[in-house]
Design a protein around this ligand. Structure first.
Ligand SMILES: [Zn+2]
Length: 178
């Protein structure tokens, strides 16, 4: 009977690995945000969400991350779970106000985070250049989440006014036109 026990153990082990893999994939890859990032990056990329529910910023002060190998970005970026949740809540919202009726700063921060990581995925590594380009595509991201042209313009202008001073100095550059 011992071989049956070993066989069952091996089967259980395989099932556990499969289940964990399935759960992780279902939980973290975000098709809607990946599609927006792919448009901006000009290639097929994946956005995954990680961390605690509701958290816009992780323990190391980051809202998103994209790794580079040499000067080439990988094809996956990670956003904090709260960034993904805020973007999806904005996409689902009624949008009765010009700026988001609820938590406009959180929405602007989250749009910017997706835009910023997408610019990294397009191949730009320098943080100031990346953020400069990201602020220019906030409206595009907002439009893709259901904002009207006027709402997208308002969110872009609000982001350019409110966000840079809330970031570390290396994210800003005098060369970026405001
Ligand atoms: Zn960055």
């Amino acid at each position: 009977m011992r071989w049956i026990a070993y066989g069952l153990l091996a089967l259980l082990g395989a099932l556990t690995v499969l289940l964990h893999h399935g759960a992780a994939t279902a939980k973290t890859a975000d098709p809607q945000l990946s599609a927006i990032a792919s448009e901006l990056a000009g290639r097929q990329v994946t956005i995954r969400c990680e961390g605690l529910s509701g958290a816009l910023i992780g323990a190391r002060g980051e809202s998103g991350r994209t790794e580079f190998i040499g000067d080439k970005p990988v094809s996956v970026s990670y956003l904090r779970e709260g960034i993904c949740q805020t973007l999806h809540a904005y996409a689902r919202s009624h949008k009765d106000c010009l700026l988001p009726c609820r938590r406009p700063l959180d929405v602007a921060w989250s749009l910017n985070t997706l835009a910023h990581e997408s610019v990294h995925l397009a191949g730009i590594r320098n943080e100031a250049r990346t953020e400069c380009a990201a602020l220019r595509v906030i409206g595009f991201v907002a439009r893709n989440l259901g904002a009207s042209p006027a709402q997208a313009d308002a969110l872009a202008a609000y982001s350019i006014t409110e966000l840079p001073r809330r970031m570390p100095p290396e994210y800003s550059s005098a060369a970026c036109p405001s």
